[in-house]
Design a protein around this ligand. Structure first.
Ligand SMILES: NC(=O)C1=CN([C@@H]2O[C@H](COP(=O)(O)OP(=O)(O)OC[C@H]3O[C@@H](n4cnc5c(N)ncnc54)[C@H](O)[C@@H]3O)[C@@H](O)[C@H]2O)C=CC1
Ligand SMILES: O=C(O)CCC(=O)C(=O)O
Length: 446
C-alpha cells in the first residue's frame, strides 16, 4: 500500500522514466515505506525532497570503443549515474554485464543513496557500468576495455566528486586497470578516486571480504534479536563471486553448514559442505564455473541451469543479482523450513518474495542494510587514503562489525518507532531516507 501523495510521486517517476522496470521497482519499494514519515513531516513533500530524491543529479552515458585480440573493433556503452550528493561525494560500484542499461544503473544508484546513508558515513550515492560482457575475454581485452572506459570517466570522478568501486564483473583486476589509466591520463597518484584497490597500491585490508562478511554480521544480529544463532544452521548462498565467497567464509567461521552455491550455469550441492579453498581456486584463480568445482569433490553434484532456491535450507543468502528469488521460490523456502534471509545482492528478492517472507514471519534483511558493509569499508579505504595510513585486518574487520551491528540496531529501532517492529525493510527505508532528507533540506533547493 502506498500513501496517496506518494502515489503521485511514483506516477511521475513512471512517466519520466519509461520502461525502466527495475528503477520503478526500487522507487516503489521505498515510497511504500514513507507514508508515516510524510504524514508527520508534510514539508518533505512541499519542499519536494522526495521528488528530488527520485531524480538523479546527473546521468552520464558514453561510448566505449575497444579492440579485441582478433582485431575486431567493438563499441559498448558506458554509464555513470550520479544520484545524490547531499551526504558526500557520489559513491558506488561499476558493473560490467551485458544486461546493464540506464534503468539497471538507476535502480542501483537509487538503492545506493539509502544504503550509504545507513552507514552513517559521509558518502552520497551513485552507480555506473557498461553492457560489456567480460566472460571469455582475455586479460589484454579486459585491460583495453577498462582503459577506454576510464578515458571518458576520468573527467567526472575525484576524491571530492565521485568515487567508483567494483560490482558484478568488476573486481581487483579491473580496478587496477581503471586506476592505472586514471593515473596515466592525469599524471596524478590520487588514491582516493576509486576504492577496492589492491593493498599494495592504496587499497584497504578487508574491502575484498567486506560485503560478504558484513551480510553475515547483519544476519547474526537478525538471528540474535530472535534469540537464535548461526551455529549449526544449514545455509544456501546464491552466486559464487565476491559477495558469495566471503559470505560463505564468514558463515562457516560462525559454524553454519553451507550446502550449496551457484553461478549463471546452475548450482552445485556439496553434501560435505562447500570447500571454500576449492571454490576460491575455481572462481578466483581459474575463473571457472561451479561445475568445475563439482567435478573435484566426491559428494558434490551440479544441477545445470537449476534453481538453487529449490533446496531445503534454514538460511538463504541471495548474493548473485536482482530479482533472482521469486515469490514462488520464497514459498518453497518457507515450506522447507527457512527461518532467515539476508540479501547480499542488490534487490535479489522480488516484491512478492519479500511480502511472502514478511507474512510467514521469516527474518528478512533487505540489501540496502544487509550488504552495506562493502561500501562502508570503501569509506574506510577513503579514510585511510586521506590520512596516508593503513590499518590492520583485525582493526578494520572490527570497524566493519560495529558498523553492521549499528545499521541493524538503527533499522530495528526505526521500525519499532514507526509501529512496525521487526520490519527491517521499513526500518532501513525510513532511517536511510531521514538522514538524506535532513541534509537535502539543509542544503536548500539545489
Ligand atoms: N562487490 C560488492 O562490494 C558489492 C556487491 N553487491 C551486489 O552483490 C551482487 C553480486 O556482486 P559481486 O559478488 O560483486 O559480483 P561478482 O561478479 O563477483 O559475482 C556475481 C556472481 O553472481 C552470479 N550471477 C550473475 N548473474 C547471475 C544470474 N543471472 N543467475 C545466476 N547467477 C548469476 C555470477 O555467476 C557470479 O557468481 C550484485 O547484486 C551486486 O550489486 C552489493 C554490495 C556490494
Ligand atoms: O564500495 C563501493 O563503493 C560500492 C559498493 C556497491 O556497489 C554496492 O554497495 O552496491
Amino acid at each position: 500500500m502506498i500513501d496517496e501523495k506518494l502515489e503521485d510521486v511514483l506516477d511521475e517517476v513512471l512517466r519520466r522514466n519509461p520502461g525502466e522496470l527495475e528503477f520503478h521497482q526500487a522507487v516503489r519499494e521505498v515510497l511504500e515505506s514513507l507514508g508515516p514519515v510524510v504524514a508527520k513531516h508534510p514539508e518533505l513533500l512541499e519542499h519536494k525532497i522526495v521528488q528530488r530524491l527520485c531524480e538523479p543529479e546527473r546521468q552520464l552515458v558514453f561510448r566505449v570503443p575497444w579492440q579485441a585480440d582478433d582485431g575486431e573493433i567493438h563499441i559498448n556503452r558506458g554509464f555513470r549515474i550520479e544520484f545524490n550528493s547531499a551526504l558526500g561525494p557520489y559513491k558506488g560500484g561499476l558493473r560490467f554485464h551485458p544486461s546493464v542499461n540506464t534503468g539497471i544503473v538507476k535502480f542501483l544508484g537509487f538503492e545506493q543513496v539509502f544504503k550509504n546513508a545507513l552507514t552513517g558515513m559521509p558518502i552520497g550515492g551513485g552507480k555506473g557500468g557498461s553492457d560489456f560482457d567480460p566472460k571469455g575475454r582475455s586479460d589484454s581485452e579486459i585491460m583495453r576495455f577498462c582503459q577506454s572506459f576510464m578515458t571518458e570517466l576520468y573527467r567526472h570522478i575525484g576524491e571530492y566528486t565521485d568515487v567508483p568501486a567494483g560490482d558484478i564483473g568488476v573486481g581487483g583486476r579491473e580496478i587496477g586497470y581503471l586506476f592505472g589509466q586514471y593515473k596515466r591520463i592525469t599524471n596524478r597518484y590520487e588514491s582516493g578516486i576509486i576504492t577496492g584497490k589492491g593493498v599494495e597500491w592504496g587499497g584497504a585490508l578487508v574491502r575484498n571480504e567486506a560485503t560478504g562478511y558484513g551480510t553475515v554480521f547483519f544476519l547474526r544480529e537478525m538471528l540474535a534479536a530472535r534469540g537464535h544463532s548461526l551455529d549449526g544452521r544449514t545455509a544456501t548462498v546464491s552466486g559464487s563471486g565476491n559477495v558469495a565467497l566471503f559470505a560463505i567464509e564468514k558463515l562457516q567461521s560462525f559454524g553454519a553448514h553451507v550446502i550449496a552455491c551457484s553461478d549463471s550455469s546452475g548450482y552445485v550441492v556439496d553434501d560435505d559442505g562447500i570447500d571454500l579453498d576449492e571454490l576460491k581456486q575455481v572462481k578466483l584463480v581459474e575463473r571457472g564455473r561451479v561445475g568445475d568445482y563439482a567435478d573435484r569433490r566426491p559428494k558434490a553434484h551440479l544441477v545445470e541451469r537449476g534453481n538453487v532456491w529449490e533446496l531445503p535450507t534454514e538460511l538463504a543468502l541471495p548474493c548473485a543479482t536482482q530479482n533472482e528469488l521469486s515469490g514462488r521460490d520464497a514459498a518453497t523456502l518457507i515450506d522447507q523450513g527457512c527461518v532467515a534471509v539476508a540479501e547480499g545482492a542488490n534487490m535479489p528478492c522480488t516484491p512478492d518474495a519479500v511480502r511472502a517472507f514478511a507474512e510467514a514471519g521469516v527474518a528478512f534483511g533487505p540489501g540496502k542494510a544487509a550488504n552495506a558493509g562493502g561500501v562502508a569499508t570503501s569509506a574506510l579505504e577513503m579514510q585511510q587514503n586521506a590520512s596516508r595510513d593503513s590499518w590492520s585486518f583485525s582493526h578494520t574487520e572490527q570497524r566493519l562489525d560495529e558498523i553492521m551491528t549499528n545499521i541493524h540496531r538503527l533499522c530495528a529501532e526505526t521500525a519499532e518507532g514507526f509501529g512496525a517492529p521487526g520490519d527491517l525493510v521499513r526500518g532501513a527505508n525510513i532511517a536511510g531516507f531521514q538522514r538524506v532528507a535532513l541534509a537535502m533540506d539543509a542544503l536548500g533547493v539545489i
